[in-house]
Design a protein around this ligand. Structure first.
Ligand SMILES: Cc1ncc(COP(=O)(O)O)c(C=O)c1O
Length: 393
């Protein structure tokens, strides 16, 4: 009895975070955070902050400016929209789930006029859909979420970017669940404001809103006369700070999180963006084939399946909470569905520092939990299918 209790405690402290953010944090990043803080106005901090911003430019792939501000992905989204629209501006919001839908409310709160182009949860918006809408009306901005984490669907961002660019509208994109895991080319794909955060594909703890402003957006910020109705998130003010963080103050930087992202970005650039994207792709594929081998149905159509998160329908007779609790008993934390998917799907995040081992442990925990609740399949069939894919890593 005593042994079982000790083992239980051991498992509870060694959890693998397979939720779609926050992702697992590499110990080197945690160690980097634990250094004593320094003044956010010091020359040595300014040097690190500058290095972070330059590394971010390589990850966003932009010749514009990058920003690292205390906050989360939601703040990054709001900063994105608030800095582009003026009262009365028409905004086309592409909505395919919870997070892309928040841009509608943000648009309203910043006194824009939202027009929603919406598809049912689980489906993708295509460039053709966007082009048709842009031909009907002039818009100041178009917003979207590249990967809609609530459905695990990735929309074809590059193609959508091309039609938005053609229209002249500002393109505000949430890459919270893609940047650092999927291919995103900020400038080449016509993104004006790119909004993300630290705790997903970047593999750093929550707390940083990360943004890139493309060259056109930077010019607009430099020339903009109006103030925006978001004091903390006014990118025109932050522009002074990111250009010369030693001389200019706007708000105190989250010093230790900057140490963390400095280390995280070094890991990303050392791995190389291409290798990182390939790792995400193969791990995602391995998980998808495993779920299908177990007879489970995926939410996203194969061509729109995100390589950072997967949504899986529960089979008949298996309930949400008991299944996730059972998986958690094996030390693996997975996530529930939102909105119309609540109780119908579970979601597994596979991003950031995710490894082949992490995904194998996850699949094996899901197999055991499914077996317990009576789902019929041959033990190991999911793990075996995944191994075939992972051998290409
Ligand atoms: C695609 C997407 N956008 C925005 C957000 C909001 O980010 P945060 O929770 O960091 O505010 C999330 C969070 O999961 C997300 O997945």
């Amino acid at each position: 009895m005593k042994v079982i209790l000790v083992l239980g405690k051991f498992l509870s402290e060694r959890k693998i975070m397979m939720v779609p953010g926050p992702s697992n944090i590499d110990p080197a990043i945690l160690r980097a955070m634990s250094h004593p803080s320094e003044s956010h106005m010091s020359a040595s901090f300014a040097e690190k902050y500058k290095r972070v911003l330059e590394s971010l430019k390589k990850v966003f792939i932009t010749k514009g400016e990058t920003f690292a501000i205390a906050g989360s992905g939601t703040l990054a989204q709001e900063i994105g929209i608030a800095n582009v629209i003026r009262p009365g501006d028409r905004v086309l919001n592409l909505v395919h789930g919870l997070f892309s839908g928040r841009f509608v409310d943000m648009t309203k709160r910043h006194r824009g006029l939202p027009k929603t182009l919406e598809v049912p949860w689980g489906e993708a918006i295509t460039a053709g859909d966007v082009e048709r809408e842009l031909q009907k009306n002039d818009y100041r901005a178009v917003t979207c979420s590249h990967v809609e984490t609530s459905t695990a669907v990735a929309i074809p961002l590059q193609e959508i970017g091309e039609v938005v660019k053609e229209s002249g509208a500002f393109f505000v994109v949430d890459t919270v669940c893609s940047l650092g895991g999927l291919e995103v080319k900020n400038d080449e794909w016509g993104i004006d404001v790119n909004c993300t955060c630290s705790q997903k594909c970047m593999g750093v703890p929550p707390g940083l809103a990360l943004l890139a402003a493309g060259v056109r957006m930077v010019r607009y910020l430099e020339e903009r006369k109006e103030t925006v109705d978001l004091f903390y998130g006014d990118l025109r003010e932050w522009l002074r700070v990111v250009r010369d963080p030693w001389k200019n103050y706007y708000a105190t930087q989250p010093v230790n999180l900057i140490y963390a992202i400095d280390r995280g970005l070094r890991q990303i650039l050392d791995e190389g963006l291409e290798n990182r994207i390939k790792r995400h792709r193969l791990i995602a594929q391995s998980f998808r084939v495993a779920m299908e081998a177990l007879g489970l149905k995926l939410v996203a159509e194969p061509r729109y399946a995100a390589d950072t998160v997967t949504g899986v329908y529960y089979p008949d007779g298996v309930e949400d909470l008991p299944l996730r609790n059972e998986v958690a008993r094996y030390g693996v934390i997975i996530s529930r569905g939102f909105g119309p998917f609540r109780g119908k799907i579970f979601r597994v995040g596979h991003m950031g520092s995710v490894s082949a081992n992490d995904i194998m442990v996850t699949i094996s925990a899901i197999e055991r939990a499914l077996k317990k609740f009576g789902h019929r399949f041959r033990y190991g069939i999911g793990c075996g299918a995944a191994q075939e894919v992972l051998s290409k890593l």
